[in-house]
Design a protein around this ligand. Structure first.
Ligand SMILES: Nc1ncnc2c1ncn2[C@@H]1O[C@H](COP(=O)(O)OP(=O)(O)O)[C@@H](O)[C@H]1O
Ligand SMILES: [Mg+2]
Length: 234
């Protein structure tokens, strides 16, 4: 699998080294891979995800995207705006903007005409089952609908990777299942790499790769079994 995002020997500490949130973590996410990150609360999952997409800087170690090292806030901001989508547990929608405006906002940093933005918003709302709600405000929606708006926003610029930090953590089980179906569908149909932090073992089991963390360290990285050529006995 072609590497897309890679962390090499990343550490992150806080409080003058008294708190080690991430301890020598290395991880390669391939193009189109569907990866879960699991582990107990406080073990460094969010820190790992934030470093993987440059929201946090590692104390030591390096992060690569598409084969190039990425350094500095400006480079990360450009890269994220164009090539990485985010989904958070608490949605992070802008309360005063409508559904359509929340999605369109993500495109303002890219050079696109108003017409192109409108068309893309319509396409995404359709894809996410929100076509009838473009003018609603986030507070008028259910949790599952809000998270679908957040996913539409994450996809606005056709990212190569979507990272999701406990995206179903505030949702009931039916909405959670719908969100995971959506993310899985994107990975399968669009070839987008999806990295999900989750507490939910059922969700992790659906991913083709499972990374487990304890105390800031990656302790397991279960790859899918290699595909057997047709006709070979199991
Ligand atoms: N900004 C921060 N300042 C100090 N400690 C932090 C900060 N962010 C995270 N931590 C600590 O780092 C550890 C890992 O946190 P986090 O990555 O959020 O874990 P998880 O997402 O697995 O629950 C925890 O002990 C947490 O308290
Ligand atoms: Mg977390």
């Amino acid at each position: 699998m072609t590497p897309l995002a890679e962390m090499r020997r990343c550490c992150r500490s806080y409080d003058n080294g008294r708190i080690v949130a991430l301890n020598d973590a290395s991880l390669v996410v391939g193009r189109g891979e569907f990866v879960s990150i699991t582990g107990p609360s406080g073990c460094g999952k969010s820190t790992l995800l934030d470093i993987l997409c440059g929201l946090e800087e590692p104390t030591s170690g390096e992060v690569f995207f598409d084969g190039q090292p990425v350094r500095g806030r400006a480079a990360w901001a450009r890269l994220r705006a164009a090539r990485i989508g985010f989904v958070f547990q608490s949605f992070h929608l802008i309360a005063s903007l409508t559904v359509a405006e929340n999605v369109e906002l993500a495109m303002l940093s890219q050079s696109r005409s108003a017409r192109q933005r409108r068309d893309r918003v319509a396409e995404l709302l359709d894809l996410l089952g929100l076509a009838r709600r473009p003018a609603q405000l986030p507070m008028e929606l259910s949790g599952g609908e809000r998270q679908r708006v957040a996913i539409a926003r994450a996809l606005a610029n056709r990212p190569e990777m979507v990272v999701a930090d406990e995206p179903t953590g505030s949702l009931d089980s039916a909405s959670s299942a719908q969100i995971i179906d959506l993310l899985e569908g994107l990975q399968r149909s669009e070839g987008i790499a999806v990295v999900i932090v989750t507490h939910d073992r059922g969700i992790a089991a659906r991913c083709d790769r499972r990374v487990e963390m304890i105390d800031g360290c990656i302790v397991r990285d279960t790859q899918p079994a290699p595909e057997r050529p047709k006709g070979m006995p199991a």
